[in-house]
Design a protein around this ligand. Structure first.
Ligand SMILES: C[C@@]1(CC(=O)O)C2=NC(=C\c3[nH]c(c(CCC(=O)O)c3CC(=O)O)Cc3[nH]c(c(CC(=O)O)c3CCC(=O)O)/C=C3\N/C(=C\2)[C@@H](CCC(=O)O)[C@]3(C)CC(=O)O)/[C@H]1CCC(=O)O
Ligand SMILES: NC(=O)c1ccc[n+]([C@@H]2O[C@H](COP(=O)([O-])OP(=O)(O)OC[C@H]3O[C@@H](n4cnc5c(N)ncnc54)[C@H](O)[C@@H]3O)[C@@H](O)[C@H]2O)c1
Length: 321
């Protein structure tokens, strides 16, 4: 007769069950990693220095509306963003004051500070807590409702790495390692997949189709190589979607082989044509013995200097108004 093992703790027993049932293992003590849809919502950013510039990259990439409170002069990158996204950023040229929050408690979805003034930082955090608005106080992890992470971006793909405050520089290194390991065209492939899913939901919108639709998309998502999906034309997509309607019953799916799909093509996709032309050009250049990228880099730096000069003028003009 089996005897009960009394040496095992209740926690260990639950762990074994978790494993036995194949449930994901829960490791507590992490952060909630979510993709916040902040588009069109207003964010308060206090400070206009180097860290504020990095915050603006995150915010503008997510189409947020920013109210930035910071006395001039602004960091050059912040000034540049202001001229690049005048519709998204409202700049208030003075230090923060508490009425900025208390007079409009419902205006902001999020508060970020990036200032070199610990007293003002703490005051802003206290106000944020009172108003129940999530806040990130740069340099003060205990006063952060959330941390930023190191983000790799390729079209619709965003990969964020967090070390949960342990080593931000290492987060950046890991992000670069991940980016290196990703397939070259994965951003484009994901964008194409988004289009196929959207089209299919339009063609087969009924609730009762849900299960079959999802199963077909699952099989199709796993089937083709990344570069093939990236190179799909709208014509390929229409051809592929046709296969969805070939099976009728619940477990009946037809996901074509890539070769079958290609046979249906009447022409190459624009993207494939462009990529082939680019490859041909690169090959020609290499054959001519040019050092790849050198000229472009020199031109780039000169071009950038000119652009920054231009911006300075524009910025002064806008202040004069
Ligand atoms: C990922 C990234 C995102 C971003 O900011 O966009 C980010 N910091 C980045 C870079 C970076 N920051 C610092 C250095 C100098 C080297 C070093 O200190 O390690 C470097 C490296 C560099 O500059 O190369 C200084 C620093 N950072 C914090 C403190 C306060 C403290 O630790 O107490 C101090 C002063 C420490 C001191 O005074 O000694 C705190 C935070 N920084 C975080 C995020 C959050 C945790 C993220 C995580 O753990 O994963 C957290 C907790 C709060 C937050 O800021 O949200 C971005 C990399 C972006 C990229 O390159 O891809
Ligand atoms: N979390 C991070 O990743 C990280 C990394 C580096 C530095 N830091 C810390 O973040 C803070 C900001 O760093 P930085 O490099 O951007 O500094 P910075 O000196 O470049 O910029 C500070 C900005 O804050 C503005 N400012 C100061 N007091 C203000 C107030 N009361 N109201 C509005 N604006 C005010 C200044 O005008 C300036 O624009 C520092 O405390 C720094 O140590 C954090």
């Amino acid at each position: 007769m089996a005897t009960k093992d009394n040496t095992m703790t209740p926690e260990r027993r639950l762990e074994i069950r978790e494993e036995m049932f194949g449930y994901p293992k829960i490791q507590t003590g992490g952060s909630l990693m979510i993709a916040w849809q902040i588009k069109g919502k207003r964010v308060l950013l206090v400070g206009g220095g180097e860290v504020a510039a990095t915050r603006l990259v995150h915010l503008l990439s997510a189409d947020a509306l920013v109210t930035m409170i910071a006395p001039a002069p602004l960091h050059p990158e912040v000034a540049f963003r202001l001229t690049q996204f005048p519709q998204s950023i409202t700049w208030i040229d003075r230090p923060f004051q508490s009425t900025d929050l208390t007079s409009c408690p419902n205006d902001y979805s999020l508060i970020l500070t990036a200032i070199d003034d610990p007293v003002a930082s703490s005051e802003i955090y206290t106000l944020a807590q009172q108003l129940k608005i999530p806040a990130n106080i740069a340099d003060v992890p205990p006063e952060c409702d959330f941390y930023f992470g190191s983000v790799h971006r390729d079209g619709p793909l965003q990969v964020m790495v967090s070390t949960n405050g342990n080593g931000p520089r290492m987060a950046s290194t890991i992000r670069k390692m991940i980016a290196e390991a990703l397939p070259e065209d994965c951003g484009r492939a994901i964008e194409r997949m988004g289009k196929i899913r959207q089209e299919l939901r339009k063609l087969a919108p009924e609730q009762r189709e849900g299960k079959r639709r999802m199963e077909w998309i699952k099989q199709m998502s796993d089937k083709y190589p990344w570069d093939a999906v990236a190179g799909m034309s709208d014509e390929d997509m229409q051809n592929l979607l046709e296969w969805y309607f070939r099976g009728q019953g619940e477990g009946e799916f037809y996901v074509p082989e890539w070769e079958e799909l290609i046979k249906m093509r009447k022409g190459k996709s624009k993207w494939v044509r462009e990529r082939e032309a680019k490859e041909r050009e690169e090959k020609e250049r290499e054959e001519k013995g040019e050092k790849k990228g050198e000229d472009a880099a020199n031109g780039g730096v000169e071009g950038l200097n000119k652009q920054v000069e231009g911006l300075k003028v524009e910025d002064d003009e806008s202040k004069a108004k």
